[in-house]
Design a protein around this ligand. Sequence first.
Ligand SMILES: Nc1nc2c(c(=O)[nH]1)N[C@H]1C(S)=C(S)[C@@H](COP(=O)(O)O)O[C@H]1N2
Ligand SMILES: [Mo]
Length: 348
Amino acid sequence: MKPYLLTRSLQPENQETPIQFIETDFLSNDLFYRRNHFSYPLLSAANYWIPLNGSVNTPILFSMQDILQLPSKTINVVLECAGNKRSLFEPKVFGEQWGKGAMSQGIWKGAPLRALLELAGIKDGATEVVVEGYDFGKRTDLDHVFTFTRSLPIEKALHPDTIIAYEYNHQPIPFKHGFPLRLIVPQWYAMASVKWIKQITVIEQNFTGPFQSIDYVYYPHKETNKDARPVTTMNVNSTIQKPLDRDTLNTGKHLIKGIAWTGKGSITKVEVSTDNGQTWSNAKVDNGDYPGYEWVSWSHEWTIVEKGDYTIMSKATDSFNRVQPTSPLWNRKGYGYNAVDEIVVKVE
Ligand SMILES: Nc1nc2c(c(=O)[nH]1)N[C@H]1C(S)=C(S)[C@@H](COP(=O)(O)O)O[C@H]1N2
Ligand SMILES: [Mo]
């Protein structure tokens, strides 16, 4: 028996990973969540070129072959949609009502964006690198057709692990996930990882496209845009995979298990509570060789003696001492939910 993606919308296609049922660290294509703003563009690898232009000494038109010949980097990365867990916000917010599965993990191989930028030579006044995707369409709030386009600050664009990927799990990138080339930005929410790259432009201002300056912004207030700030690094987070929410269990021994991840440093601790947060124990965390872009799996053995309802919680801490909060930071568009994870079980 195998799990399936969960459909949230069909046009464009938005589907969620059944995260509670994932037992591997490398998700195959058929279990990898899909988050699209528009219809899929149809591209072929033949005749595929990407221009790098703007504030550079030498604009370059890269062929697929050029990029395959650059030194490569292979990294295991969590991609998490900024809207993951949005449905858990109270009060509720508009947008895709993602549960806990707008996230995924696997192995990406590609050329560092840095290598391309170095070949072209960035000019002194450059501040951001804009990456445009081939997909396009209308928005409900503006009167134009837009492509999905995002920018990165120069430092993040030059990070050696920000890559132009051409393989996922040792195969060409699946069509729905950005074939033939996709940007992968480890540690940032996944809106930064632009699929189906069309062109790269170095600029000397702040990029203000709608997917940069309207969406993917935290708006802490319902009525005004006061204190708005851009969505970037993933928050520290964890998800309980087992037992399932609202399971009924027998008394005796049970294994509580799940995953934890962060966009800063690495996971240093996961705590589990089986009494609604009154007391906490350290879970066993598998973080042997841990560079920090992937999730860690954790587990905790629980022996239940008494029947009743139990609220189980998980709380992760990262190496920057960021801890999952008891309540999430509410924001109007519902990004970055990372409150302590919680499920309820009945023991009978
Ligand atoms: N070109 C393009 N890139 C994109 C998007 C998109 O709609 N178009 N969606 C972004 C968002 S919001 C997320 S969460 C991830 C989803 O990647 P996936 O569909 O491969 O899971 O891609 C990002 N890159
Ligand atoms: Mo997203």
